[in-house]
Structures are given as structure tokens and as C-alpha cells.
Design a protein around this ligand. Structure first.
Ligand code: AMP
Length: 426
């Protein structure tokens, strides 16, 4: 588990804001579900996956309930849908932390964040395309170029069952050639053997039966419509017959966004698919569903690799230098902040020289200097910091108005880009 410190945390906040900006205008509202759910919410959705069987943080609470920290968000969203029965189509987005007891490494943590969307109550292949294209658009907004969309269909549950049986037979016949770990996986879930990235398994996996040969006509038609829709909106994709994804509830369309700059074991930036039937499993009515989750931690690593979506340097517009005890700085920074100008100051009555150094480091466009002469004359000195002309004196009473004007003219930005936006639109 990691600490996210400033200024990196500003990048996280901007990441979520950017995501909301992509999906909000497409009709998605934010849903906020608890970090904890009844353990059953997760075991009902995937009792054959590592995420649920091996990696969950579960415990008995003080009321003797068996609960778990959520390992992902889809199950909680479907539980909320089953509980509240909102009108469909229910289009929602989320952002939040998840917990999995995994082996930590670069891009894989025990607490990690995701943003994502879910749509409940619509069975239409063009919705699959909408969902995928919103994920695609988000990567584009971040500036990422090296992302590949992988897509597959897992068919209807019956198709999938026939396919799993065929895989079981096939891998069973080649068990001697499989790695020890894959032999173990085979006993639990033959589908997951396809996920193995171990060199020893590669040859056996390459010869394995493919899901495409087990799809019903309806599932094959749905998949063809999704691919045609993607072509129509100009999104490049690669059909990957081995893409089965980590969670068991997927059926028909499944997809993954692969970050091509990352190590192959951690290169899934995000993924999702259809999970018709999940709401029913959680005690709700039969409901179609589709969604995706994008890993924040890992996508930001990809951004670093590509040198895009960099953390904004923490800057303020105005730095107040007060050598007369600090009360003037307190008053002026308070006034500036309520007028929407970002402002900072030094503390502990430091020397003029030391305060000017801090002003420089703060990235401020203007320093306001209040020394004993200024205090006596009821004035301040305004010094443009970044080659913006000569310093000048001003009556204290005009200081706030003049600084607001100067900051607007210079277009200097506040700590958060969104704060600037809010101020100019209000
Ligand atoms: P999943 O919920 O397993 O389909 O994962 C969706 C996305 O969440 C992945 O593509 C990753 O970007 C991210 N993710 C999943 N597990 C972790 C983890 N342990 N650490 C960091 N990111 C993760």
C-alpha cells in the first residue's frame, strides 16, 4: 500500500476530474458505494477466481458479520442496483480504492485505485461500443498513444461451459507439458490457464481450442456487431482469442486496454466486459450489464513512460512577504484567497531574504512586500516575479483589487487547474 504525496496527488485528482469530464456528458452519473461489502457479494460473483478465493481482505466485524474490503467495484454497483432498483438504463461512473492481497511490484499494489463505468439494463451491441469508446477517449485525453484495445467474446454461459469442458479435456491431455502452477489452475478453472504468461505453458496454450468455435449464433452475431461498431467509430482493435480476464462473471464481450510501454505481467491498464446475470446472482431481477475499470496507478505509470499527463508544478499566484510580525500577511492572504486568488506566505518571522527565497520557490507571479516603511505609509510593494516589469508601491486599500486584476491579466494559474476554471465561469 502506498502513500500518494503532493504534487503527485494533484495528478490523481486531475485524473478523476478528466474521467468525469469524459463520461459525464455521455449520460453517466457518479455512484459511491461502500468500501466494505458483505463477503457474499464477492463470493457469489467469482468463487473460482484468485481475486475472490486468495486475495480478499475479509474479516468478522463486531456484529459477527463476515465482510470484505472490496477487491473491485462492479459487484458493489450491481448490489446497489439490486437493492435500489433505479430506472434503466442505469449509467454510472465511479472512482475509488480496491484491496487485493497480491504480490506487490511496480504496477501491482495491495491497495489500488480504479475509475470506471457500468451500464445496467441494456442489451445492445452498440452500447458495448459506446462503453469501449469512452475508455478509448479517456486514454486519448490523457495523451497516451501506446494503448492497444484487445477484444474477445466469451459467448453465452452455455457456450462458455462447452468451451471450458473442451479446454479441460485438451489441457488434461497435455498436463505433463504444463507448468506446476497451471496444473493447479486447471483444477480450479481451466479458462484461467489461458492467462498464464509462463514460457513453459506457451506451446500448449497456442494449440488450445478457441472460444470462437464454440459461440452460439446469437453470441457470434453480437460480437460481429460490436466489431462493426468499433470500425464505424474508428477505433482500432485486436481480436485476442486468449483474452479471458480475471473475473468469472464476464460473458459475451470482454476487452482489455493494454499499455504497450509496460512489462507484460502488469500491462493491463484497464478492462471490462458484459456481465449479464450478475445482478440476478446478487438477488436482483435478470438484468443486462456491461462496464470497465481503469487502474489509476498503472495508467499513471504508462503516462510517465510516455511523458504525458505530467503533474502540474504546485504554484500560487501571489506570495506575501511580511517583515512586520506576520499579521499583515495573515490578513492579505485571507482576503486574496476569498477573492479566488491563490496565495501563500512564510511563517515564524523569517528574514526578508529568506521570505523572498520562499516567494521564488512558490512559483508566484507576484510578491507583495510589507515592511515597516510600507506599514507606516499604509502601503504595500508589489514585485512582479517572473520578468514582469518593475516593482511599484500601492495604497493598502487598493491592493486586493489590483492583485485580482494583475492575476487575471497575467493569466497566472492557481494550484489546481479546476479552481481557475471554476473562478472564471462563476
Ligand atoms: P480487474 O478489476 O482485475 O479487471 O482490473 C482492472 C484494472 O485495475 C487493471 O487493468 C489494472 O490497471 C488495475 N489493477 C488490478 N489489480 C491491480 C493491482 N493489484 N494494483 C494496481 N492496479 C491493479
Amino acid at each position: 500500500m502506498r502513500d500518494i504525496l503532493p504534487p503527485e496527488s494533484a495528478r490523481w485528482r486531475r485524473f478523476v476530474a478528466e474521467f468525469a469530464d469524459v463520461v459525464g456528458p455521455a449520460g453517466y452519473g457518479q455512484v459511491i458505494t461502500p468500501l466494505l461489502e458483505d463477503l457474499g457479494v464477492f463470493t457469489r460473483i467469482g468463487d473460482a477466481t484468485d481475486v475472490v478465493t486468495k486475495e480478499m481482505y475479509d474479516f468478522i466485524d463486531k456484529g459477527e458479520r463476515h465482510i470484505a474490503l472490496r477487491p473491485e467495484l462492479t459487484a458493489g454497483v450491481c448490489r446497489a442496483f439490486a437493492q435500489h432498483r433505479p430506472a434503466t438504463p442505469w449509467k454510472v461512473w465511479y472512482a475509488g480504492s480496491n484491496f487485493r492481497y497480491e504480490k506487490p511490484q511496480r504496477g501491482r499494489y495491495r491497495q489500488f485505485d480504479q475509475v470506471g463505468i457500468e451500464v445496467l439494463g441494456v442489451d445492445d451491441p452498440y452500447l458495448d461500443v459506446e462503453v469501449i469508446s469512452l475508455g478509448w477517449e479517456f486514454y486519448r485525453r490523457l495523451g497516451l498513444q501506446q494503448v492497444t484495445l484487445l477484444i474477445n467474446s466469451l459467448g453465452e454461459p452455455e457456450d462458455r461451459a462447452r468451451y471450458v469442458a473442451a479446454l479441460d479435456t485438451y489441457f488434461g491431455a497435455h498436463i505433463d507439458a504444463l507448468s506446476e502452477q497451471s496444473v493447479e489452475t486447471l483444477a480450479r478453472n481451466p479458462l484461467r490457464v489461458l492467462d498464464s504468461k509462463r514460457a513453459q505453458d506457451a506451446e500448449v496454450i497456442a494449440g488450445a481450442p478457441q472460444i470462437a468455435d464454440y459461440l452460439s449464433t446469437a453470441a457470434a452475431e453480437h460480437f460481429a456487431a460490436v466489431l462493426a461498431g468499433l470500425e464505424r467509430v474508428g477505433i482500432a482493435f485486436t481480436v485476442d482469442p486468449l483474452l479471458v480476464r480475471g473475473l468469472d462473471y464476464y460473458r459475451r464481450t470482454t476487452f482489455e486496454f493494454r499499455g504497450d510501454t509496460l512489462d507484460s505481467a502488469q500491462n493491463a491498464l484497464g478492462g471490462g466486459g458484459r456481465y449479464d446475470g450478475l445482478v440476478e446472482d446478487l438477488g436482483g431481477p435478470a438484468t443486462a450489464g456491461i462496464g470497465f475499470a481503469i487502474g489509476v496507478d498503472r495508467t499513471l505509470l504508462a503516462c510517465e513512460d510516455e511523458g504525458v499527463f505530467v503533474a502540474p508544478p504546485p504554484v500560487v499566484q501571489v506570495f506575501v512577504v511580511d517583515t512586520v510580525g506576520g499579521l499583515e500577511a495573515l490578513a492579505l492572504t485571507t482576503e486574496l484567497r476569498s477573492a479566488g486568488v491563490s496565495a501563500d506566505r512564510a511563517y515564524e518571522g523569517r528574514s526578508m531574504k529568506s521570505q523572498m527565497k520562499s516567494a521564488d520557490r512558490s512559483g508566484a507571479s507576484f510578491a507583495v512586500i510589507i515592511g515597516s516603511d510600507e506599514l507606516a505609509a499604509d502601503q504595500v510593494v508589489i514585485r512582479p516575479m517572473r520578468g514582469g516589469g518593475d516593482q511599484f508601491s500601492l495604497p493598502r486599500a487598493q491592493t486586493l483589487g489590483r492583485l485580482v486584476q494583475l492575476c487575471d491579466e497575467s493569466g497566472s494559474h492557481t494550484v489546481s487547474p479546476n479552481a481557475t476554471k471554476d473562478r472564471s465561469s462563476s
